[in-house]
Design a protein around this ligand. Structure first.
Ligand code: OGA
Ligand code: MN
Length: 290
């Protein structure tokens, strides 16, 4: 099997074929990692990985981050289950606490930016897909930075955003998703709005739904600015939208990509498993000026 890497029409994303992730050759891994850095989102169709295989593949990129436990219906703490299917096969209503927790994913975000050390990457595997809709969209925050006008780049170069899960989940009404101890463990954190990617050196916008406002700026005004930046950043040609088929695995780089689910009819099952590659400790030192 020859490795084939086919870029999408967007500024990010490539479809990777000719490789079996369940038995990945050590010789091939550097090519995959390089493609990940180049394209930021890698789509691997038709992999049908078991959860253990998904974990093993993800660990090649670094140690995994564990889930916020109260939501996680799966047995393995390294696997985050994003699913509206209950154990008995019935579906969680959209308006249930679990449904609202899932709904939060439908707004542009980068995984766990509300943590002091946010995730480096995520891999999502499709196990049950709805007949209609249920796509995931990805937006390129390297290209979004490049598209900023020079005045805005200068303005943002030293800005720090407050990221808060209470803020972002509060907006979707999903605060019952966590218990009090878990909320207490997630105070607001600060991250630079522009960070230089440690592998590629490219400056990236680091924003999304968890970013509440800017430190030292008017809260409402800076919130509106962040919303405007996000809306402008997440536009073609910087968007790739993935239509899932069972067995697909998509791996993205949370350091330079925003993503969101597009939603699907509540009476259809969708069951996805995510592995999350932990940040490597450099995240808060990625100030552009550093
Ligand atoms: C995620 C996520 C969106 C989706 O897995 O982190 O945000 O479409 N998923 O399931
Ligand atoms: Mn996510």
């Amino acid at each position: 099997m020859a490795l084939e890497i086919r870029p999408t029409d967007a500024t990010l994303g490539a479809v990777v074929r000719g490789v079996r992730l369940s038995s990945l050759d050590d010789d091939i891994f550097p090519d995959i990692e390089r493609a990940w850095h180049d394209f930021a989102v890698l789509i691997f169709p038709d992999q049908h990985l078991s959860e253990a295989e998904q974990i093993d593949f993800s660990r090649r990129f670094g140690p995994l981050e564990r889930s916020l436990t109260a939501n996680n219906v799966g047995a393995d703490p390294d696997i985050i289950v994003l699913s509206n299917v209950k154990e008995d096969g019935s579906l969680w209503p959209d308006e249930s606490a679990h449904g609202l927790f899932l709904k939060g994913n439908n707004y542009w975000h980068t995984d766990s930016s509300y943590k002091r050390l946010p995730a480096k990457g995520s891999a999502l595997a499709a196990r049950i897909v709805p007949e209609t809709d249920g796509e995931t969209a990805f937006a390129d925050m390297r290209a979004a930075y490049d598209a900023l006008d020079p005045e805005m780049r200068t303005y943002l170069s030293d800005k720090i955003a407050v990221h808060s899960y209470a803020y972002s989940q509060g907006k979707v009404g999903g605060t019952n998703a966590l218990n009090q101890a878990e909320w207490d463990a997630l105070p607001p954190v600060r991250h630079p709005v522009i960070r230089r990617h440690p592998e590629t050196g490219r400056p990236c916008l680091y924003i999304g739904r968890h970013a509440s406002h800017l430190v030292g700026e008017d809260e409402n005004e800076s919130r509106r600015l962040l919303e405007r930046l996000c809306a402008e950043a997440c536009r073609p040609p910087r968007i790739y939208t993935h239509r899932w088929r069972v067995g697909d695995l998509v791996l993205w780089d949370n350091r330079c990509v925003l993503h969101r689910g597009l939603g699907h009819p509540g009476n259809q099952a969708r069951h996805m498993t995510r592995t999350t590659i932990a940040g490597d400790g450099e995240s808060n030192e990625w100030l552009l000026s550093a």
